[in-house]
Design a protein around this ligand. Sequence first.
Ligand SMILES: [Zn+2]
Length: 447
Amino acid sequence: MISIPQTGPWRLADATVPIGMVSVAIAEKLGLKPTQDGCYRVSLDIDAKGLVEAVWPAEAAPETQLAVVRAGNAHVWTRMADLHTHIDKSQTWHRAPNRDGTFNGAKEAAKADRTAPWSHEDANARMEFALKCALAHGTRSIRTHLDSQKGRTQPTWEAFSDLRERWADRIALQPCASLGAAKLMDEYGDEVAALTAQYNGVLGPVLYHGPEAAAQVRRAFDLAERHDLPIDFHTDENLDPTSNGLSLIAEEAIHRNWQGNIVCGHCCSLSLKPADEAERIADRVAEAGIGVVALPMTNIYLLGRDAASTPVYRGLAPIHLLRAAGVPVAFGSDNCRDAFHPYGDHDLVEVFRETARIGHADMSWGPWADAVAAVPDRLIGLQDGNSLKPGAAADLVIFRGRSFSEVFSRLGAPRMIVVKGRALSEEEATPPAFSELDGITGLAPAE
Ligand SMILES: [Zn+2]
């Protein structure tokens, strides 16, 4: 791999950057022409403080006195943003395995794992493990849902808050209070909303399909309004074409002329609605200013599972339809190594690769790259926009591969992570050993 100077300014020459990760204004100003793969070839000057000082078309970069690092046309991405994770449940698979691989199996297993609150040590160790994975893979901001049923907010939220402070220079973190929407209906709704506001978080109702859903949506908006909170719904995580959570949320937001930030995660059932109805809903979602995050890693595991048959419908939100309607569409990791999804490593490169292949976004890889960068970054709202431009932090992911095909053909997609202009240390660049959690989380060395 290439070697990056440890001090001083430098130039990264001949980088191949997906167009979805380059500021549109800069691309226009420089007259950048996309490659067949949907990328731009650029060189970047990086100052001693770790900011991008200049972006040049690779073939027209001026002579320089800077130390030059040649990327050799390798793919260079911005570090990424993960809009939907559950780092508090991460790494619990060994003690709460899903026995039948279904959504209900996951709920039962997760419930059994939280009869008592997690200990501070357990929650902290598993969440920090998740952050180490995410850092090593190239993520720089994360929204995480935190289980927030009555009696279960602490010590998780405190542990999260400590981690947020300790990790602020490497990963920006945002909490989202996760609980069934029905649990918000009584006074506990106000209690959990107040706690969320206290931690600068997001209200995260899990909305199930049913006759109570409309009242629950109204209640969630009331609470968000009273406590000035963004909202992030788990929405239509099923394969029932009559499931109408997304539609209820969009109509409520439009009815209230809602200006706040709303995200809907999953939105699987929309893919099974008749085309004209799905189109109409997508238009309303765009009008309401709602962002959608597709989470197929978990949904292809959980949905459409029937031990006696081969799955047909796998639970991917209709990403093309939504994007064409003008909805901001992000891809997120969701669950990693827990009852909802026994795999995953908080790796957005894996998420992007799999989502794009499952959803046939691979005919326009380059533009879709914003689904793990600028789009989720904007919806999280903690960073300055994951786009390459002068003045932005030089937060980069440098691959060995020079095209999407080369990058994605090797499992793991070997890469180097640059944080504010400097390469991560070898320790930080290596995902942690699973054995780090032995003895802390009740993990047996082998399952
Ligand atoms: Zn989730």
